[in-house]
Design a protein around this ligand. Structure first.
Ligand code: HEM
Length: 459
């Protein structure tokens, strides 16, 4: 039997079994890890001291609950940005500091850093992973660059132009519904809900060429997407459910998983069906014919795209990109449009000016439809949309985690590993708007849905 000398601990020699040795090695490793983590944590705290922070609510929860997803929360955040216009630090729990950067000069070093130095922060985006996989929003490094290049043709105006017909049709369905509801006596409508269905309807047609009629009758697939978006937002607020193990034990976690399966099955089925009909040669002619007879949808573009080496996207990649577009495309545009309506409702004189501009453009036209070239002929409406997006951006913040120290213009340093949220729209915007535009940061992944609803109702 091995003799282990523990005289340095004041103990005599003890018989060391392999298990005891293993235990000692394990305990030393654990101790070393804890010490290293503690050192890094205190070092980071020291380095982050130069960023101001509001008083904590509680030593353990830190600033959790300080900014709630309510109008009261919006006001609190507006106040915070007024008090700390450059940026500030919040604690999400006892060991998780988060930098909120507000001023354009402070944000710039991160926005101009490479994707390797300031990659997307998976702590905030990670809850979307089981749903969106490695699509553009969540992927990084070489995969992201390759896919980004491969997807560029999807935004060519020749591909986008025919979508105008789809948008017109989806909007007409929504308007008819509003007219019907108004004539039946509905004095108030939750615009965000209706507009979300309209954007989802449009996307389902543009991405999959699928008509679910979701604006008129319930659709399982669309309900699952709405449910998934809501679950991700809700989980974001519940710090105890941030670990997958606990989350998937809860009823919400299980429903999230079921909804993911449903959405994936739908996308997979479309991909498989389309692969069966895709020609193996003469793709150029196929594309020309298809573009003539029918809109080329996003799945077509993904199936046909190749990288520089002639490699195609896998089915899994295609699914991730299509699911990402369904998510990214519906919530952003629905909230943007809801806020435009809110602002026009608050400013009837500008509303009237927009109406006159559109009516002038469409006079004597049959059918009464906005076409692609009209978009450049509506300067006042365009300005109103842009101003609304500036005041209430659908994605008020984006989140990054730095892999290297980043030096700010005032000499302060964001230490490697720090998580930062940036009020995206603050780039170039005036200070008096800072409170408003950052006010949705707590619902980062829910794209401030609650704020939109609150805003539109109060309009
Ligand atoms: C008003 C409408 C929209 C706004 C305000 C908006 C905003 C944003 C922002 C801020 C990001 C960057 C996120 C980050 O870097 O962390 C982003 C990324 C993205 N958006 Fe949008 N978006 C809008 C509409 C759309 C639409 C309609 C689609 C697709 C149909 C879309 C697809 C994407 C995709 C795929 C990404 C990831 C891009 C990448 O990382 O390469 N977005 N969007």
């Amino acid at each position: 039997m091995l003799q282990l000398c523990l005289s340095w601990l004041g103990l005599g020699p003890v018989a060391a079994s392999p298990w005891l040795l293993l235990l000692l090695v394990g305990a030393s490793w654990l101790l070393a890890r804890v010490l290293a983590w503690t050192y890094t944590f205190y070092d980071n705290c020291r380095r982050l001291q130069c960023f101001p922070q509001p008083p904590k609510q509680n030593w353990f929860w830190g600033h959790q609950g300080l900014v709630t997803p309510t109008e009261e929360g919006m006001k609190t955040l507006t106040q915070l940005v007024t008090t700390y216009p450059q940026g500030f630090k919040l604690w999400l729990g006892p060991t998780f500091p988060l930098l909120i950067l507000c001023h354009p000069d402070i944000i710039r070093p991160i926005t101009s850093a490479s994707a390797a130095v300031a990659p997307k922060d998976m702590i905030f985006y990670g809850f979307l992973k089981p749903w969106l996989g490695d699509g553009l929003l969540l992927s990084g490094g070489d995969k992201w660059s390759r896919h980004r290049r491969m997807l560029t043709p999807a935004f060519h105006f020749n591909i986008l132009k025919p979508y105008m017909k789809i948008f017109n049709k989806s909007v007409n369905i929504m308007h008819d519904k509003w007219q019907r509801l108004a004539s039946e006596g509905s004095a108030r409508l939750d615009m965000f809900e209706h507009i979300s269905l309209m954007t989802l309807d449009s996307l389902q047609k543009c991405v999959f060429s699928f008509e679910s009629n979701c604006q008129e009758k319930p659709s399982e697939y669309i309900a699952a997407i709405l449910e998934l978006s809501a679950f991700v937002e809700k989980r974001n607020q519940q710090i105890l459910l941030h670990t997958d193990f606990l989350y998937y034990l809860t009823p919400d976690g299980q429903r999230f998983r079921r909804a993911c399966h449903l959405v994936h099955d739908f996308t997979d089925a479309v991909i498989q069906e389309r692969r069966r009909t895709l020609p193996t040669q003469g793709i150029d002619d196929f594309l020309k014919n298809k573009a003539k007879s029918k809109t080329l949808d996003f799945i077509d573009v993904l199936l046909l795209s190749k990288d520089e080496d002639g490699k195609e996207l896998s089915d899994e990649d295609i699914r991730a990109e299509a699911d990402t577009f369904m998510f990214e495309g519906h919530d952003t545009t629905a909230s943007g449009l809801s806020w435009v309506l809110y602002h026009l409702a608050k400013h009837p004189e500008y509303q009237e000016q927009c109406r006159q501009e559109v009516q002038e453009l469409l006079k004597d036209r049959e059918p009464i439809e906005i076409e692609w070239d009209d978009l450049a002929q509506l300067p006042f409406l365009t300005m109103c949309i842009k101003e609304s997006l500036r005041l209430h951006p659908p994605v008020p913040v984006i989140s990054r985690c730095c892999t290297q120290d980043i030096v700010l213009p005032d000499g302060r340093v964001i230490p490697k590993g720090a998580h930062s949220l940036r009020g995206r729209s603050l780039l170039g915007s005036k200070r008096e708007h800072q409170g408003e535009v950052t006010s949705g940061f707590y619902s980062l992944l829910g794209r401030a849905q609650k704020l939109h609803r609150a805003g539109v109702r109060h309009g």
